[in-house]
Design a protein around this ligand. Sequence first.
Ligand code: PMT
Length: 397
Amino acid sequence: MQGRKILFGVTGGIAAFKAAQWVRSLVKEEARVTVVMTRAATRFVSELSFAALSGRPVYVEIFSDDPRQVMSHITLAAEADALLIAPATAHTIARLAHGLADDLLTTTVLAAAGKPVVVCPAMNSGMFTHPATQDNLRRLRELGYVVVEPDSGALACGAEGPGRLPEWDVVRETLLSCFAPDDLQNQHILVTAGPTREPIDPARYLSNRSSGKMGYALARTARRRGAQVSLVSGPVALEPPPGVELFRVNTAREMHEQVMRLREQASIIIKAAAVADFRPARSETRKIKKSSGPQAIDLVANVDILAELGRKRRPGQILVGFAAESHDHESEGARKLHDKNLDLIVVNDICGRETGFAADTNQVTLIDKSGRVELPLLSKEQTAERIWDHVVSLLNE
Ligand code: PMT
């Protein structure tokens, strides 16, 4: 969001107070937010609140005595990279669907023709499901507006049903996908993420330090770029990325089963999960007592899921692995690329504090058949974007 110029339209619904929180989130991410309110919106939340949160003037009136603001709908539209209207009332949706321009917000939206406009309806569920509103929303989609479906649940008016503003993460992703290339559209991508847990007894397991951040960043950014994404995830403490189909697993065997079930339909598979190479030969059904003294745990090897994918891959399917290394990074990466029959391997160091397990950043080297590219230290989302850039170049080859 950094540096993005967002024109934030607020209309007159009780959910306007949530919009205030969203403005704050955007500003925190260093977006430049300009708020335009309908008059009705100012009855719910004051202009002053939005001015304080955005750090910028708030616009309401279409006519102004100030000569600098006579054409504000034109200048506001020209400045914006994208428009977000939240909450969007039934009335404003109807006005937009019919191209009405009777206040500053609707004139600005018309003047911003060609720019992305994200509309978040929020209202009583009867108003939302009314055929007139549904017709207007259909018309908005036909006109190229991006409509975010409201959530269902308890509404401020006491009713239950669709009409609640969705979670900010969903809207944020929708907004970000307006800025992202859609070069992964028509791709079905299978991502694995997180650790696996191999049970010793009902209380204990063998696992590793993977947080899932790298895999979730890949899933999130692929969705943003238009892909259909299936995410097979070990146990992690992360929220599922919006729009991504999530399959939760625990053990390597469960991950193997799920990945094999999904592999056929995937055009790209990327394995960021840290799968346990071994599991206890026996998983006790009763907790091992301390009094039974120190024990040796016999281990057996888990199946190498990636290697099996490499053997079974269908023509044209792109297969990407990760290599978590503490030494001999590049030679180990190159060996895994060859042995597992991959198109690309992403090598990362697991000993640094800013790379590998659990960190928010990573520094990776991409190795494929034609050579290697070393990326700088980046956030895991930025790293994921660079990995997708590379995958897209492989797709185009
Ligand atoms: O989750 P984070 O905290 O964000 O950390 C990210 C990460 C360090 C886990 C990630 O960037 C990473 O390196 N993932 C791969 C970890 C790993 O298992 O590396 P490996 O070198 O042991 O395995 C090589 C490849 O084979 C990996 O793609 C792995 O998913 C796959 N593999 C390994 C063993 C196994 N039994 N089955 C597999 O499919």
